[in-house]
Design a protein. Structure first.
Length: 503
Protein backbone atom coordinates (compact mmCIF):
# COMPACT_ATOMS: atom_id res chain seq x y z
CA UNK A 1 0.00 0.00 0.00
CA UNK A 2 1.57 3.26 -1.14
CA UNK A 3 0.36 5.93 1.28
CA UNK A 4 1.27 9.63 1.15
CA UNK A 5 1.48 9.40 4.95
CA UNK A 6 2.60 5.87 5.92
CA UNK A 7 2.42 6.80 9.61
CA UNK A 8 -1.35 6.43 9.32
CA UNK A 9 -0.88 2.68 9.52
CA UNK A 10 -1.29 1.99 13.20
CA UNK A 11 -1.32 -1.51 14.61
CA UNK A 12 -1.32 -0.85 18.35
CA UNK A 13 -3.98 -0.34 20.98
CA UNK A 14 -4.86 3.30 21.62
CA UNK A 15 -4.90 3.50 25.41
CA UNK A 16 -4.93 6.74 27.38
CA UNK A 17 -3.46 8.73 24.49
CA UNK A 18 -0.62 6.27 23.78
CA UNK A 19 -0.24 3.64 21.04
CA UNK A 20 0.55 0.46 22.92
CA UNK A 21 2.53 -2.29 21.19
CA UNK A 22 2.57 -5.77 22.64
CA UNK A 23 5.66 -7.97 22.70
CA UNK A 24 5.97 -10.55 19.92
CA UNK A 25 5.62 -13.50 22.25
CA UNK A 26 3.99 -16.59 20.83
CA UNK A 27 1.65 -19.06 22.41
CA UNK A 28 4.63 -20.89 23.80
CA UNK A 29 5.82 -17.75 25.57
CA UNK A 30 8.98 -17.96 23.48
CA UNK A 31 10.04 -14.57 22.14
CA UNK A 32 11.39 -16.20 19.01
CA UNK A 33 8.17 -18.07 18.26
CA UNK A 34 6.51 -17.44 14.93
CA UNK A 35 4.42 -14.30 15.16
CA UNK A 36 1.52 -16.05 13.42
CA UNK A 37 1.02 -18.20 16.49
CA UNK A 38 0.97 -15.12 18.70
CA UNK A 39 -1.75 -14.44 21.23
CA UNK A 40 -0.70 -10.79 21.10
CA UNK A 41 -1.24 -10.16 17.40
CA UNK A 42 -3.64 -11.05 14.63
CA UNK A 43 -3.43 -10.67 10.91
CA UNK A 44 -5.57 -8.50 8.66
CA UNK A 45 -5.89 -9.79 5.10
CA UNK A 46 -6.95 -8.28 1.82
CA UNK A 47 -10.16 -10.11 0.84
CA UNK A 48 -9.39 -9.71 -2.87
CA UNK A 49 -6.08 -11.60 -2.91
CA UNK A 50 -5.94 -13.07 0.63
CA UNK A 51 -2.53 -11.47 1.19
CA UNK A 52 -1.55 -10.22 4.64
CA UNK A 53 -1.98 -6.47 5.01
CA UNK A 54 -0.74 -6.03 8.58
CA UNK A 55 -0.34 -7.69 11.95
CA UNK A 56 -2.37 -5.88 14.58
CA UNK A 57 -2.05 -5.95 18.36
CA UNK A 58 -4.67 -8.07 20.00
CA UNK A 59 -6.45 -6.42 22.95
CA UNK A 60 -7.32 -8.69 25.88
CA UNK A 61 -10.06 -8.51 28.47
CA UNK A 62 -7.47 -6.97 30.83
CA UNK A 63 -6.78 -4.22 28.27
CA UNK A 64 -10.49 -3.50 28.16
CA UNK A 65 -10.56 -3.18 31.97
CA UNK A 66 -7.63 -0.78 31.75
CA UNK A 67 -9.31 1.28 29.04
CA UNK A 68 -12.41 1.63 31.22
CA UNK A 69 -10.31 2.98 34.11
CA UNK A 70 -8.71 5.59 31.80
CA UNK A 71 -12.07 6.53 30.31
CA UNK A 72 -13.62 7.06 33.74
CA UNK A 73 -10.66 9.24 34.74
CA UNK A 74 -10.98 11.34 31.57
CA UNK A 75 -14.78 11.62 31.72
CA UNK A 76 -15.25 14.41 34.27
CA UNK A 77 -12.78 16.84 32.66
CA UNK A 78 -14.08 16.06 29.18
CA UNK A 79 -17.67 16.76 30.08
CA UNK A 80 -16.71 19.99 31.81
CA UNK A 81 -15.04 21.35 28.68
CA UNK A 82 -17.05 23.99 26.90
CA UNK A 83 -19.14 22.63 24.05
CA UNK A 84 -17.28 25.03 21.76
CA UNK A 85 -13.96 23.47 22.83
CA UNK A 86 -15.21 19.97 22.05
CA UNK A 87 -16.59 21.27 18.75
CA UNK A 88 -13.20 22.71 17.84
CA UNK A 89 -11.44 19.38 18.37
CA UNK A 90 -14.08 17.64 16.25
CA UNK A 91 -13.58 20.23 13.50
CA UNK A 92 -9.81 19.65 13.62
CA UNK A 93 -10.48 15.93 13.27
CA UNK A 94 -12.87 16.53 10.37
CA UNK A 95 -10.26 18.62 8.53
CA UNK A 96 -7.60 15.98 9.06
CA UNK A 97 -9.86 13.21 7.77
CA UNK A 98 -10.56 15.21 4.61
CA UNK A 99 -6.87 16.03 4.18
CA UNK A 100 -6.02 12.33 4.38
CA UNK A 101 -9.06 11.11 2.45
CA UNK A 102 -7.11 9.26 -0.20
CA UNK A 103 -4.82 7.43 2.22
CA UNK A 104 -7.79 6.48 4.38
CA UNK A 105 -9.68 5.25 1.32
CA UNK A 106 -6.72 3.19 0.26
CA UNK A 107 -6.44 1.56 3.68
CA UNK A 108 -10.20 0.92 3.72
CA UNK A 109 -10.31 -0.53 0.20
CA UNK A 110 -7.32 -2.77 0.92
CA UNK A 111 -8.66 -4.33 4.09
CA UNK A 112 -12.38 -4.31 3.20
CA UNK A 113 -12.38 -4.84 -0.56
CA UNK A 114 -14.83 -2.17 -1.73
CA UNK A 115 -13.85 -0.33 -4.92
CA UNK A 116 -11.62 2.69 -4.36
CA UNK A 117 -14.25 5.18 -5.58
CA UNK A 118 -16.72 3.72 -3.08
CA UNK A 119 -14.06 3.79 -0.36
CA UNK A 120 -13.41 7.48 -1.06
CA UNK A 121 -17.15 8.13 -0.86
CA UNK A 122 -17.26 6.32 2.48
CA UNK A 123 -14.47 8.50 3.88
CA UNK A 124 -16.37 11.65 2.88
CA UNK A 125 -19.53 10.14 4.40
CA UNK A 126 -17.55 9.35 7.58
CA UNK A 127 -16.18 12.90 7.71
CA UNK A 128 -19.68 14.35 7.33
CA UNK A 129 -20.71 12.88 10.71
CA UNK A 130 -17.75 14.55 12.41
CA UNK A 131 -18.59 17.93 10.91
CA UNK A 132 -22.31 17.55 11.66
CA UNK A 133 -21.82 16.67 15.32
CA UNK A 134 -19.13 19.33 15.78
CA UNK A 135 -21.92 21.74 14.92
CA UNK A 136 -24.55 19.97 17.03
CA UNK A 137 -22.26 20.02 20.10
CA UNK A 138 -23.16 23.70 20.59
CA UNK A 139 -26.92 23.13 20.40
CA UNK A 140 -27.59 20.87 23.38
CA UNK A 141 -30.35 23.00 24.80
CA UNK A 142 -32.39 22.27 27.89
CA UNK A 143 -35.94 23.50 28.58
CA UNK A 144 -37.67 25.95 30.87
CA UNK A 145 -41.05 24.32 31.60
CA UNK A 146 -44.05 26.51 32.55
CA UNK A 147 -44.28 26.12 36.30
CA UNK A 148 -47.10 24.40 38.22
CA UNK A 149 -46.62 26.31 41.48
CA UNK A 150 -45.76 29.83 42.61
CA UNK A 151 -42.19 30.21 43.80
CA UNK A 152 -41.05 27.22 41.80
CA UNK A 153 -39.26 26.91 38.45
CA UNK A 154 -39.00 23.76 36.37
CA UNK A 155 -35.99 23.18 34.12
CA UNK A 156 -34.22 20.46 32.21
CA UNK A 157 -30.55 20.22 31.37
CA UNK A 158 -28.81 17.68 29.13
CA UNK A 159 -25.76 15.81 30.35
CA UNK A 160 -23.53 13.19 28.76
CA UNK A 161 -24.41 9.59 29.62
CA UNK A 162 -20.78 8.91 30.58
CA UNK A 163 -18.36 6.30 29.28
CA UNK A 164 -19.51 4.80 25.97
CA UNK A 165 -18.46 1.48 24.44
CA UNK A 166 -18.75 1.37 20.65
CA UNK A 167 -18.56 -1.84 18.62
CA UNK A 168 -18.40 -1.36 14.87
CA UNK A 169 -18.67 -3.64 11.82
CA UNK A 170 -16.44 -4.45 8.86
CA UNK A 171 -18.77 -3.33 6.07
CA UNK A 172 -18.32 0.40 6.79
CA UNK A 173 -15.00 0.55 8.65
CA UNK A 174 -14.93 4.37 8.66
CA UNK A 175 -18.51 5.66 8.55
CA UNK A 176 -19.88 3.44 11.33
CA UNK A 177 -16.99 4.55 13.54
CA UNK A 178 -17.58 8.29 13.09
CA UNK A 179 -21.39 7.94 13.15
CA UNK A 180 -20.97 6.71 16.74
CA UNK A 181 -17.85 8.49 17.97
CA UNK A 182 -18.64 11.99 16.75
CA UNK A 183 -21.98 12.38 18.57
CA UNK A 184 -20.61 10.69 21.69
CA UNK A 185 -17.60 13.00 21.84
CA UNK A 186 -19.72 16.06 20.98
CA UNK A 187 -22.08 15.21 23.85
CA UNK A 188 -19.16 15.03 26.29
CA UNK A 189 -18.82 11.25 26.57
CA UNK A 190 -15.53 9.39 26.54
CA UNK A 191 -15.47 6.44 24.15
CA UNK A 192 -13.85 3.03 23.93
CA UNK A 193 -14.05 1.61 20.42
CA UNK A 194 -13.75 -2.02 19.45
CA UNK A 195 -13.54 -2.08 15.65
CA UNK A 196 -14.13 -5.23 13.65
CA UNK A 197 -11.12 -7.55 13.65
CA UNK A 198 -11.55 -7.87 9.88
CA UNK A 199 -11.04 -4.15 9.22
CA UNK A 200 -9.32 -2.48 12.17
CA UNK A 201 -6.76 -0.46 10.20
CA UNK A 202 -9.20 2.20 8.99
CA UNK A 203 -10.46 2.76 12.54
CA UNK A 204 -6.92 2.95 13.89
CA UNK A 205 -5.95 5.48 11.21
CA UNK A 206 -8.98 7.54 12.23
CA UNK A 207 -7.75 7.18 15.82
CA UNK A 208 -4.32 8.49 14.82
CA UNK A 209 -5.96 11.53 13.20
CA UNK A 210 -8.04 12.08 16.33
CA UNK A 211 -4.81 12.08 18.33
CA UNK A 212 -3.37 14.68 15.98
CA UNK A 213 -6.57 16.71 16.30
CA UNK A 214 -5.84 17.06 20.02
CA UNK A 215 -8.35 14.94 21.93
CA UNK A 216 -7.10 14.56 25.52
CA UNK A 217 -5.76 11.17 26.71
CA UNK A 218 -8.47 8.67 27.64
CA UNK A 219 -11.23 10.50 25.77
CA UNK A 220 -11.02 8.23 22.74
CA UNK A 221 -9.47 4.77 23.07
CA UNK A 222 -9.34 1.89 20.62
CA UNK A 223 -9.14 -1.83 21.24
CA UNK A 224 -8.49 -3.85 18.10
CA UNK A 225 -8.94 -7.49 19.02
CA UNK A 226 -9.51 -10.98 17.82
CA UNK A 227 -10.97 -11.71 21.28
CA UNK A 228 -14.19 -9.94 20.35
CA UNK A 229 -16.39 -11.89 22.75
CA UNK A 230 -14.11 -11.46 25.77
CA UNK A 231 -13.52 -7.74 25.23
CA UNK A 232 -17.20 -7.07 24.50
CA UNK A 233 -18.19 -8.93 27.65
CA UNK A 234 -15.99 -6.71 29.80
CA UNK A 235 -17.40 -3.58 28.15
CA UNK A 236 -21.00 -4.76 28.47
CA UNK A 237 -20.77 -5.94 32.05
CA UNK A 238 -18.85 -3.05 33.54
CA UNK A 239 -21.04 -0.72 35.61
CA UNK A 240 -18.64 2.10 34.71
CA UNK A 241 -19.57 1.88 31.04
CA UNK A 242 -22.92 3.63 30.80
CA UNK A 243 -23.80 3.03 27.19
CA UNK A 244 -23.23 0.53 24.42
CA UNK A 245 -23.60 1.44 20.78
CA UNK A 246 -23.36 -1.43 18.32
CA UNK A 247 -23.75 -1.98 14.60
CA UNK A 248 -23.75 -5.56 13.41
CA UNK A 249 -25.82 -8.69 13.16
CA UNK A 250 -29.12 -9.14 14.95
CA UNK A 251 -27.92 -12.29 16.70
CA UNK A 252 -24.85 -10.56 18.18
CA UNK A 253 -26.98 -7.51 19.02
CA UNK A 254 -29.33 -9.69 21.08
CA UNK A 255 -26.41 -11.26 22.90
CA UNK A 256 -24.89 -7.87 23.76
CA UNK A 257 -28.28 -6.62 24.88
CA UNK A 258 -28.51 -9.51 27.33
CA UNK A 259 -24.99 -8.82 28.58
CA UNK A 260 -25.91 -5.18 29.19
CA UNK A 261 -29.07 -6.03 31.12
CA UNK A 262 -27.46 -6.39 34.56
CA UNK A 263 -26.09 -2.85 34.45
CA UNK A 264 -29.18 -1.44 32.68
CA UNK A 265 -27.06 0.31 30.07
CA UNK A 266 -28.33 2.73 27.51
CA UNK A 267 -28.30 0.95 24.15
CA UNK A 268 -28.15 1.93 20.50
CA UNK A 269 -28.38 -1.08 18.22
CA UNK A 270 -28.21 -0.88 14.45
CA UNK A 271 -28.88 -4.47 13.43
CA UNK A 272 -29.72 -6.42 10.33
CA UNK A 273 -32.18 -5.34 7.67
CA UNK A 274 -34.01 -7.29 5.01
CA UNK A 275 -35.02 -4.34 2.89
CA UNK A 276 -37.83 -4.74 0.38
CA UNK A 277 -38.38 -2.59 -2.70
CA UNK A 278 -41.88 -2.32 -4.17
CA UNK A 279 -42.01 -1.38 -7.83
CA UNK A 280 -45.50 -0.48 -9.06
CA UNK A 281 -46.64 -0.52 -12.67
CA UNK A 282 -46.94 3.27 -12.72
CA UNK A 283 -43.29 3.75 -11.70
CA UNK A 284 -40.65 5.20 -13.98
CA UNK A 285 -39.09 1.79 -14.64
CA UNK A 286 -35.67 3.02 -15.69
CA UNK A 287 -35.49 5.15 -12.53
CA UNK A 288 -36.55 2.12 -10.49
CA UNK A 289 -33.94 -0.12 -12.08
CA UNK A 290 -31.21 2.48 -11.51
CA UNK A 291 -32.28 2.77 -7.86
CA UNK A 292 -32.37 -1.00 -7.39
CA UNK A 293 -28.92 -1.39 -8.96
CA UNK A 294 -27.46 1.25 -6.64
CA UNK A 295 -29.00 -0.14 -3.47
CA UNK A 296 -28.63 -3.82 -4.31
CA UNK A 297 -24.99 -3.83 -5.37
CA UNK A 298 -23.51 -1.14 -3.09
CA UNK A 299 -20.53 -2.67 -1.33
CA UNK A 300 -21.19 -5.94 -3.21
CA UNK A 301 -24.52 -6.20 -1.42
CA UNK A 302 -22.91 -6.05 2.02
CA UNK A 303 -24.92 -3.18 3.48
CA UNK A 304 -27.69 -3.28 6.08
CA UNK A 305 -29.89 -1.10 3.89
CA UNK A 306 -29.16 -3.04 0.70
CA UNK A 307 -32.26 -4.17 -1.13
CA UNK A 308 -32.80 -7.82 -0.27
CA UNK A 309 -36.29 -8.48 -1.65
CA UNK A 310 -37.51 -7.07 -4.96
CA UNK A 311 -41.31 -7.07 -5.46
CA UNK A 312 -42.57 -5.95 -8.87
CA UNK A 313 -46.18 -5.50 -9.99
CA UNK A 314 -46.99 -8.39 -12.29
CA UNK A 315 -47.88 -6.37 -15.41
CA UNK A 316 -44.35 -4.84 -15.57
CA UNK A 317 -42.51 -7.82 -14.07
CA UNK A 318 -41.03 -9.20 -17.31
CA UNK A 319 -40.01 -5.73 -18.55
CA UNK A 320 -38.42 -4.85 -15.22
CA UNK A 321 -36.48 -8.12 -15.13
CA UNK A 322 -35.16 -7.58 -18.65
CA UNK A 323 -33.93 -4.07 -17.77
CA UNK A 324 -32.38 -5.30 -14.55
CA UNK A 325 -30.67 -8.20 -16.31
CA UNK A 326 -29.13 -5.81 -18.88
CA UNK A 327 -27.73 -3.60 -16.09
CA UNK A 328 -26.35 -6.50 -14.07
CA UNK A 329 -24.51 -7.76 -17.14
CA UNK A 330 -22.61 -4.46 -17.26
CA UNK A 331 -21.23 -4.70 -13.71
CA UNK A 332 -17.47 -4.95 -13.45
CA UNK A 333 -16.16 -7.25 -10.74
CA UNK A 334 -12.59 -6.96 -9.49
CA UNK A 335 -9.95 -5.81 -7.08
CA UNK A 336 -10.72 -2.55 -5.27
CA UNK A 337 -7.81 -0.76 -6.88
CA UNK A 338 -8.51 -1.72 -10.51
CA UNK A 339 -9.97 1.30 -12.32
CA UNK A 340 -13.65 1.01 -13.25
CA UNK A 341 -14.41 -1.84 -10.85
CA UNK A 342 -17.90 -1.61 -9.30
CA UNK A 343 -18.07 -4.81 -7.27
CA UNK A 344 -15.33 -6.08 -5.02
CA UNK A 345 -14.92 -9.38 -3.21
CA UNK A 346 -17.04 -10.53 -0.30
CA UNK A 347 -15.39 -10.09 3.06
CA UNK A 348 -14.44 -13.72 3.74
CA UNK A 349 -15.03 -17.37 2.95
CA UNK A 350 -17.98 -17.61 5.35
CA UNK A 351 -19.76 -14.82 3.47
CA UNK A 352 -19.24 -16.61 0.16
CA UNK A 353 -20.45 -19.85 1.65
CA UNK A 354 -23.63 -18.19 2.92
CA UNK A 355 -24.44 -16.54 -0.42
CA UNK A 356 -23.80 -19.79 -2.28
CA UNK A 357 -26.11 -21.72 0.07
CA UNK A 358 -28.92 -19.15 -0.23
CA UNK A 359 -28.76 -19.16 -4.03
CA UNK A 360 -28.69 -22.95 -4.09
CA UNK A 361 -31.73 -23.11 -1.79
CA UNK A 362 -33.65 -20.70 -4.05
CA UNK A 363 -32.78 -22.57 -7.25
CA UNK A 364 -33.66 -25.91 -5.66
CA UNK A 365 -37.05 -24.47 -4.71
CA UNK A 366 -37.74 -23.30 -8.27
CA UNK A 367 -36.17 -19.85 -8.68
CA UNK A 368 -34.95 -19.05 -12.19
CA UNK A 369 -31.26 -18.16 -12.46
CA UNK A 370 -30.57 -15.62 -15.24
CA UNK A 371 -26.92 -14.82 -14.55
CA UNK A 372 -24.22 -15.33 -11.95
CA UNK A 373 -24.98 -17.92 -9.33
CA UNK A 374 -21.40 -18.90 -8.75
CA UNK A 375 -18.00 -17.79 -7.55
CA UNK A 376 -15.81 -15.90 -9.99
CA UNK A 377 -12.44 -17.07 -11.28
CA UNK A 378 -10.98 -13.82 -9.87
CA UNK A 379 -10.50 -15.43 -6.48
CA UNK A 380 -12.22 -17.41 -3.73
CA UNK A 381 -14.01 -14.38 -2.24
CA UNK A 382 -15.48 -13.07 -5.49
CA UNK A 383 -19.10 -13.94 -6.20
CA UNK A 384 -20.66 -13.11 -9.55
CA UNK A 385 -23.52 -10.58 -9.66
CA UNK A 386 -26.62 -12.73 -9.77
CA UNK A 387 -30.23 -12.35 -10.91
CA UNK A 388 -32.93 -14.74 -9.71
CA UNK A 389 -36.60 -14.43 -10.63
CA UNK A 390 -39.70 -16.43 -9.70
CA UNK A 391 -38.56 -16.39 -6.09
CA UNK A 392 -41.12 -17.06 -3.34
CA UNK A 393 -41.45 -15.98 0.30
CA UNK A 394 -40.55 -19.53 1.41
CA UNK A 395 -37.02 -19.27 0.04
CA UNK A 396 -34.36 -18.52 2.62
CA UNK A 397 -32.96 -15.57 0.71
CA UNK A 398 -36.30 -13.74 1.13
CA UNK A 399 -36.29 -14.41 4.87
CA UNK A 400 -32.76 -13.35 5.75
CA UNK A 401 -30.20 -10.84 4.57
CA UNK A 402 -28.17 -12.25 1.69
CA UNK A 403 -25.33 -9.75 2.20
CA UNK A 404 -24.07 -10.46 -1.30
CA UNK A 405 -24.57 -9.39 -4.94
CA UNK A 406 -27.77 -11.34 -5.51
CA UNK A 407 -30.95 -9.71 -6.86
CA UNK A 408 -34.06 -11.78 -6.10
CA UNK A 409 -37.31 -10.73 -7.78
CA UNK A 410 -40.92 -11.86 -7.31
CA UNK A 411 -44.19 -10.49 -8.69
CA UNK A 412 -47.17 -9.09 -6.77
CA UNK A 413 -50.73 -8.25 -7.84
CA UNK A 414 -52.16 -5.66 -5.46
CA UNK A 415 -50.93 -2.87 -3.20
CA UNK A 416 -52.30 -4.70 -0.18
CA UNK A 417 -50.40 -7.84 -1.08
CA UNK A 418 -47.20 -5.82 -1.63
CA UNK A 419 -47.49 -4.22 1.82
CA UNK A 420 -48.17 -7.59 3.40
CA UNK A 421 -45.12 -9.15 1.71
CA UNK A 422 -42.87 -6.21 2.62
CA UNK A 423 -43.90 -6.29 6.28
CA UNK A 424 -43.53 -10.06 6.53
CA UNK A 425 -40.13 -9.79 8.19
CA UNK A 426 -38.79 -9.60 11.71
CA UNK A 427 -36.44 -6.88 10.47
CA UNK A 428 -37.55 -3.29 9.88
CA UNK A 429 -34.64 -1.12 8.83
CA UNK A 430 -35.31 0.31 5.36
CA UNK A 431 -37.78 -0.11 2.52
CA UNK A 432 -38.06 1.48 -0.91
CA UNK A 433 -41.04 2.27 -3.12
CA UNK A 434 -41.30 3.24 -6.78
CA UNK A 435 -44.57 4.72 -8.05
CA UNK A 436 -45.91 7.98 -9.51
CA UNK A 437 -49.11 7.88 -7.48
CA UNK A 438 -48.72 10.39 -4.64
CA UNK A 439 -51.58 9.02 -2.56
CA UNK A 440 -50.15 5.53 -2.80
CA UNK A 441 -46.70 6.78 -1.83
CA UNK A 442 -48.12 8.40 1.30
CA UNK A 443 -50.06 5.24 2.16
CA UNK A 444 -46.93 3.12 1.77
CA UNK A 445 -44.72 5.60 3.61
CA UNK A 446 -47.04 5.16 6.58
CA UNK A 447 -47.78 1.42 6.24
CA UNK A 448 -44.28 0.01 5.88
CA UNK A 449 -42.90 -1.26 9.19
CA UNK A 450 -39.39 0.18 8.93
CA UNK A 451 -37.36 3.11 10.22
CA UNK A 452 -36.58 4.58 6.79
CA UNK A 453 -38.48 4.64 3.50
CA UNK A 454 -36.87 5.64 0.21
CA UNK A 455 -39.58 7.03 -2.08
CA UNK A 456 -38.49 6.93 -5.73
CA UNK A 457 -34.98 7.02 -4.27
CA UNK A 458 -32.59 4.49 -2.77
CA UNK A 459 -29.64 6.73 -1.78
CA UNK A 460 -31.12 7.49 1.64
CA UNK A 461 -28.03 7.63 3.85
CA UNK A 462 -26.55 10.98 4.83
CA UNK A 463 -25.43 12.59 8.07
CA UNK A 464 -28.58 14.73 8.27
CA UNK A 465 -31.17 11.93 8.44
CA UNK A 466 -32.08 9.71 11.42
CA UNK A 467 -30.70 6.31 10.46
CA UNK A 468 -32.16 3.35 12.31
CA UNK A 469 -34.75 0.64 12.37
CA UNK A 470 -37.79 -0.78 14.12
CA UNK A 471 -38.66 -4.35 15.15
CA UNK A 472 -35.53 -6.54 15.28
CA UNK A 473 -33.49 -4.02 13.30
CA UNK A 474 -32.60 -2.25 16.49
CA UNK A 475 -32.95 0.65 18.86
CA UNK A 476 -32.18 4.32 18.49
CA UNK A 477 -31.19 6.60 15.65
CA UNK A 478 -27.81 7.67 14.31
CA UNK A 479 -26.97 10.88 12.47
CA UNK A 480 -29.30 13.90 12.24
CA UNK A 481 -30.28 16.17 15.10
CA UNK A 482 -31.66 13.13 16.92
CA UNK A 483 -28.40 11.18 16.85
CA UNK A 484 -26.77 13.08 19.71
CA UNK A 485 -29.73 12.39 22.05
CA UNK A 486 -28.54 8.78 22.22
CA UNK A 487 -25.53 10.02 24.23
CA UNK A 488 -27.39 12.42 26.53
CA UNK A 489 -29.46 12.13 29.66
CA UNK A 490 -32.20 14.64 30.36
CA UNK A 491 -32.06 15.82 33.94
CA UNK A 492 -34.91 17.71 35.56
CA UNK A 493 -34.18 20.50 38.03
CA UNK A 494 -37.12 21.45 40.20
CA UNK A 495 -36.21 24.78 41.75
CA UNK A 496 -38.43 25.84 44.63
CA UNK A 497 -38.53 28.44 47.40
CA UNK A 498 -38.32 31.47 45.15
CA UNK A 499 -39.72 34.59 46.78
CA UNK A 500 -42.39 36.47 44.79
CA UNK A 501 -41.27 39.87 46.10
CA UNK A 502 -37.92 41.20 47.30
CA UNK A 503 -37.63 40.58 51.04
C1 LIG B 1 -24.90 -0.16 7.33
O1 LIG B 1 -24.86 -1.01 6.47
O2 LIG B 1 -25.00 -0.46 8.52
C2 LIG B 1 -24.81 1.31 7.04
C3 LIG B 1 -25.22 1.68 5.70
C4 LIG B 1 -25.37 3.16 5.50
O3 LIG B 1 -25.02 3.98 6.35
O4 LIG B 1 -25.89 3.51 4.46
Amino acid sequence: MQLADPSLIKTGLLLNGVWLQKPDIGLSGNASAEVNTSVHHFVVTNPANLKDVAWVNNASAADAEQAIVHAVQAQSLWQQQLASERALLLKNWYQLVLQHQHDLALILATEQGKPLAEANAEIRYAASFIEWFAEEAKRLYGDLIPTTAQGRRLLTIKQPVGVVAAITPWNFPAAMVTRKLAPALAAGCTVILKPSELTPLTALALGELAQRAGFPPGVLQMLPTKNAAAVAQVLCQSPMVRKLTFTGSTSVGKLLMRQCADTVKRLSLELGGNAPVLVFADADLSQAVAGVMAAKFRNAGQTCVCINRIYVERCVYERFNALLFAEIQQLKLGDALTPGVQIGPLINAAAVHKVRALVQDAVTQGARLHCGGQQSELGPHFYQPTLLTEVTPQMQLMQQEVFGPVAAVMPFDTEQQAIHLANQSAAGLAAYVYSQDLSRLWRLGEALEVGMVGINETAISTEVIPFGGVKESGLGREGSRYGIDEYLEIKHLCWGGLAKKPT
